[in-house]
Design a protein around this ligand. Structure first.
Ligand code: SAH
Length: 414
């Protein structure tokens, strides 16, 4: 017998608007043969017994993540249909089935009606990540469905959920291949090659979500001196080099990231001496960079003595999420202001600043206000040229606006 959850009176409204989450406070009682376990499939009923949805049960403030609003079995055929629909969207967008681009996000959780699941494709390897116990329980069914949908294009499925599954679930989950084995670690994005470290890298190994924004950097890079701050694998740096940048400096506090950016530059532009990478804290690095305002005394440690002074006229700021939760919002906004103020201070007149926030808790307007405050602090004249967001292979379910997270501004600084 399927476990059932009966909602309190009036609590079915958000489901009527297809919102895919049910909060624990909405539940009146549960019915079933055995006590519910995290990850179980449950049927959700209104207080009058009416069928509403089927979803995965979880412990926490979100109690159910809805998989379907129709009564249907949740099995491999179900997953296959959802994955095929996701692949159709990627083909429509123009990121899948291309010779020159085999890096894309196939599944973006709620955005693909698969709450709690992320799948990124890197060449012939898929990296699957569960953010809910329910998806973890279904991982083998999902892997089989994925093989069917991708066919010959896929040679391996790596499961990487060690850090994304709820800690309290104590699943003892280890990362590893569900199918196939480690092969070629090189994949392509818009004709540029990247080593993808899905075994040890951050997230699924690469920040797929900046593809379109990297292309825009390429368009602006010609003849410019570029600073790619928080570079990680160096996506922006490689695009800037292809776009004809005069020099590119990549900065990340992680030495592993600096090794990766160097390897990726070497892969695409062997021996190109326009690029240099620094393993250093962003704020410390910016402190050492000469200001556009007259320098206060000479900094002995500056790597920019002599001909490199007064430097950058294209700066990219793509920091990690400053606010992981709503409670951290205030500090996060101050962090964005401080960081952007530094960049405004340093950038050359006529410079272009690409600035991002990937904190879901910070909305577009709050981010824009933080950047506006930074411009005022640095007393620079600034025009907004572009307003950026996550790409189409990270779609937002219209009934789940919480799926919007990446925002960016491209600014012209006088
Ligand atoms: N722009 C990258 C993604 C950036 S992820 C891309 O397109 O792929 C954020 C990066 O910031 C991580 O690699 C992390 O190591 C780095 N980072 C975090 N704190 C930092 C700090 N204080 N100074 C410099 N880098 C930092």
């Amino acid at each position: 017998m399927v476990n059932k959850i009966v909602l309190r009176k009036g609590k079915e409204e958000s489901l009527g608007r297809f919102h895919p989450w049910i909060f624990s406070g909405a539940i009146h009682h549960t019915e079933g043969s055995t006590p519910l376990e995290e990850g179980d499939i449950v049927e959700v009923l209104a207080s009058d017994g009416r069928f509403l949805a089927i979803g995965h049960w979880q412990i926490g403030s979100i109690a159910v993540r809805v998989l379907t609003f129709r009564r249907q079995p949740i099995n491999q055929a179900f997953w296959q249909k959802r994955l095929a629909a996701a692949l159709d969207v990627r083909r429509a967008i123009g990121v899948a089935f291309r010779e020159d681009n085999d890096i894309y996000r196939l599944v973006h959780g709620e955005g693909d009606n698969l709450p709690g699941l992320v799948i990124d494709i890197y060449g012939t390897t898929a990296v699957m990540q569960a953010h809910s116990v329910g998806m973890h329980v279904c991982r083998n069914e999902l892997a089989n469905a994925l093989k069917e949908v991708m066919g010959e294009r896929l040679k391996a499925i790596y499961y990487k959920s060690e850090t994304t599954l709820p800690f309290k679930a104590q699943l003892g989950q280890e990362n590893g291949f569900l199918w196939g084995e480690a092969g070629n670690d090189i994949a392509r994005e818009n004709g540029l090659a990247f080593h993808i470290d899905w075994l040890k890298g951050q997230k699924t190994g690469f920040f797929v979500d900046q593809r379109d924004n990297r292309s825009l950097v390429e368009r602006y890079a010609r003849g410019r001196k570029v600073l790619n701050m928080f570079c990680y694998t160096g996506g922006f740096s490689v695009y800037a080099l292809r776009g004809g940048a005069e020099l590119v400096h990549s900065v990340d506090s992680s030495t592993k990231a600096v090794e990766l950016v160097n390897a990726n530059v070497e892969l695409n532009f062997p021996g190109d001496n326009r690029h240099k990478a620094f393993a250093e804290d962003a704020f410390k690095f910016m402190e050492r960079t000469p200001s556009n305002s007259p320098l206060k005394g000479e900094d002995k440690k500056s790597p920019f003595k002599g001909d490199l002074e007064g430097l950058y006229d294209l700066i990219i700021l793509d920091p990690p999420a400053f606010a992981k939760h709503k409670d951290a919002l205030h500090n996060a906004l101050r962090g964005y202001t401080k960081l952007n103020a530094k960049a405004f201070e340093k950038i050359q007149p006529g410079g272009i600043l690409f600035t991002f926030s990937c904190s879901q808790a910070v909305n577009k307007d709050q981010f824009r206000t933080a950047v506006f405050t930074a411009a005022a602090i640095a007393r620079r004249k600034v025009r907004i040229l572009h307003q950026l967001h996550q790409p189409a292979d990270h779609p937002i379910n219209i009934y789940h606006p919480e799926g919007e997270y990446l925002k960016g501004l491209v600014l012209y600084v006088e």
